[in-house]
Write a protein that binds this ligand. Sequence first.
Ligand code: HEM
Length: 495
Amino acid sequence: MSDKPVLTTRQGHPVFNNQQQRTVGTRGPATLENYQFLEKISHFDRERIPERVVHARGFVAHGEFEAYGTIGDEPASKYTRAKLFQEKGKKTPVTIRYSTVIGGRDSSEAARDPRGFAVKFRTEDGNWDMVGNNLQVFFIRDAIKFPDVIHSLKPDPVTFRQEPNRIFDFMSNTPESMHMLTWLFSPYGIPANYRTMRGSGVNTYRFVNAQGEGVLVKFHWLTQQGEHNLTQEEANAIQAGDLGHASKDLYEAIERGDFPKWELNVQIMSDDEHPELDFDPLDDTKIWPREQFPYLPVGMMTLNRNITDHHNENEQAAFGTGVLVDGIDFSDDKMLIGRTFSYSDTQRYRVGPNYLQLPVNAPRPDVVVSTNQGGGQMSYGVDNRGDNPHINYEPSSIAGLREADESYREYRPFVSGQIMRAPIERQNNYKQAGETFRSFTDFERDDLIGNLVTNLQQCEKHIQEKMVWHFSQCDEDYGRRVADGLGLDYTTVRA
Ligand code: HEM
């Protein structure tokens, strides 16, 4: 007798034979009352949930965030009342999901693609999700363009192949993408693995303190493992043998006790329009220059625990930009607001209306979830309704739940203006892309030009010319070198 546990059905019935169906005689036919077989097969038929529409391939790990109690040289409370930052040494459990963006859930982790960097902080005030990327900027600055930018990057709807011609057709009509493209086609476009890459919140948020004062804030994760990237040739060699090298690297590091760390840094600006800047602080195609807005350290994250089940802790994990805690608030960044609708909307479709009851998404156990919501498919538990389960509404003179005290009052910025559809004023689409180009080393610039040329060679000539024109607006040398690589006459295209 083995000491293994006995196999059962989901009803708990011990299974006597898991090798054969019930049949009439040894050669069949099978009978319809094969309950054990039908349960096994029909559950198998439903094993997959829809993959994420973007960021389908990812890897999850757990760990903790330890606060410094300060933001730079100041007490954290100067800028934010978020409880997780207040005391030096305070630890908050975290769950992180790294991902690629465009490929399906079995695609290559060595693709030239942004990397997702989504962190769920399980705080005493409920969860805070910081859903960021490795690169610090994005292709677009208005959420209404997100389905288009993603369609251009995803496989062609007919050939189902990622087509540079479609990508650069869209990008050449989207000048704000030049900064992101400059990063994406440089070596930073293929991080070596998840442990050695940095992260950024990309969008602009607000910190709010106990006095109700707000500042604009950007978040950055700095890897303590050293930052490393791959050339296209190195990436090709890796993906020829392994599509999941980055997940493997992270999993194995945590298994051997080599726990990776990232320091959380913030950049802070006063909460106004900053007319003195040549960019808008709410524009996610821009970097806030570090010399003007220094990185201020706030704490360290360590990943120290692997998941035990990919489906439960990765496929069903749900991160979203609306998931903020008291002391951290939205800005009017038009991407952030659009994203905030999109995440929970897709998760209700992808995982189901009760996705927040799953352990990977629920707040930590000492946070009592008290709502009057109930029902829906796959409802697992009933939220706390106080001491009278009959009262699932509020207000009530009988029993039920009450609102939180004044200390949780939301930030109340004053907004007035005409409702319109209009681009932001300070677009400045090329300047930072040019600065980024010039900040690269010779090797990085060569790599960028080589990668762009390889991809643009597969595009129609009018698209090549339009892209060269945009690059020339960023930096003359940038445009000239791409034109030369494509065999185009730069002076004609530039004019
Ligand atoms: C308006 C623009 C955007 C929209 C509408 C959008 C929408 C989405 C959607 C629908 C998902 C799938 C979520 C799921 O199925 O659970 C997703 C995933 C993700 N997005 Fe965005 N996104 C936008 C921009 C961005 C930007 C700018 C970043 C980086 C800062 C970003 C980072 C991520 C990450 C990291 C994930 C994966 C989360 C995970 O690991 O589960 N997205 N996005």
